[in-house]
Design a protein around this ligand. Structure first.
Ligand code: ADP
Length: 309
């Protein structure tokens, strides 16, 4: 089931929380909504799940629109809200039973499904405990189990790993990846490594707007666009002449000395070109020793910082 968000906006008083965003998420995709705190991620998720109404725009799940078919949409969406609110006085098993009833599931259907979720979310040892007796990681599993109890086709998970320790994070990530094979999943996080590890695609949101949309690789390439090389050359020649020759190569956009060190250069190739062979040939021709040639990869952290600062 595809989720299509079209020109969605939301204001709180005079503050624009979500500003005319559009994107589509297809079945079997796990998409990460990445952005700093206050970017508008939760607000967007609340509109997708019909928790709050947009100021303008639409969200569709296949043919269903949040404006005309909110009930149909709610049946097909599982939602883990921000801060995972749960009825903490209830034992896990009763809570999940209750969630199934609220979702309008048939009585006979609930028990089997509940046990399936308990198994899938690794809750078997904890199922008779009250939720307030559970660790944060297990509570998060209960949150995921309640989101999935009615077997929704779409899962919206707001910061699903927040507050968990590193082992719990890995477990929840694996669970989400597993779920993502069959479902359409949108999750949010302000942690880059989180979305990179879990998601097929990343949508970066800042100040209520989408500032990037793609795979982690494509975002890196988009930001980079040009090949950057660190070069070190040992030569008898004057290094200013070496620099001049490097600058003169047809494929080179810029060449400059690296930190003023003799023989060390930083080369930026022209867009979509590579200078590696030309640099090598130049060194051979002049009998210089090429002692280093490394490509510098743009880090996704840098892309994120650049887009959201
Ligand atoms: P995120 O999930 O990316 O951290 P939110 O969607 O929670 O961002 O918030 C987006 C902006 O809207 C923030 O500036 C936040 O302060 C504001 N906001 C969120 N909820 C409310 C609310 N109920 N009333 C007023 N402002 C809100």
């Amino acid at each position: 089931m595809a989720v299509t968000v079209e020109n969605l906006s939301k204001k709180y008083g005079s503050q624009i929380a979500v500003d005319n965003i559009s994107f589509t998420v297809n079945t079997g995709e796990v998409v990460g909504f990445l952005g700093p705190n206050g970017a508008g991620k939760s607000t967007t998720m609340k509109m997708i799940t019909c928790f709050i109404a947009p100021a303008s725009g639409d969200v569709r799940l296949d043919q269903f629109s949040i404006h005309e078919d909110a009930e149909e949409i709610k049946k097909r969406i599982g939602y883990l809200p921000e801060n995972n609110p749960l009825y903490t006085d209830m034992p896990v098993i009763e809570y999940l039973q209750f969630c199934g009833e609220v979702q309008g599931m048939a009585k006979g259907e609930i028990s089997a499904r509940m046990h399936e979720m308990i198994e899938k979310c690794g809750l078997d040892t904890e199922k008779h405990k009250k939720i307030n007796e559970l660790s944060k990681g297990y509570r998060q599993r209960v949150g995921l189990a309640q989101a999935m109890i009615h077997d929704p086709e779409v899962l919206i998970l707001d910061e699903p790993t927040s507050g968990l320790d590193p082992n719990q994070i890995v477990e929840i990530r694996n669970l989400i990846k597993e779920l993502g094979k069959e479902k359409t999943v949108i999750l949010s996080s302000h942690i880059l490594s989180e979305v990179e590890a879990t998601c097929d695609r990343i949508i970066i949101i800042n100040n209520g707007r989408i500032v990037a949309d793609g795979t982690s690789l494509s975002l890196r390439q988009q930001a980079q666009g040009q090949e950057l090389l660190n070069i070190e050359i040992e030569a008898e020649a004057d290094y200013d002449n070496v620099l001049e020759e490097l600058t003169g190569l047809a494929s080179v956009e810029t060449a400059r000395k690296r930190n003023g060190q003799e023989g060390k250069f930083r080369i930026q190739s022209k867009p979509d070109k590579s200078s590696r062979k030309a640099v090598f040939d130049l060194c051979v021709k002049n009998k210089w020793y090429l002692t280093e040639m490394t490509a510098i990869e743009t880090k996704l952290e840098d892309v994120f910082r650049e887009l959201t600062n």
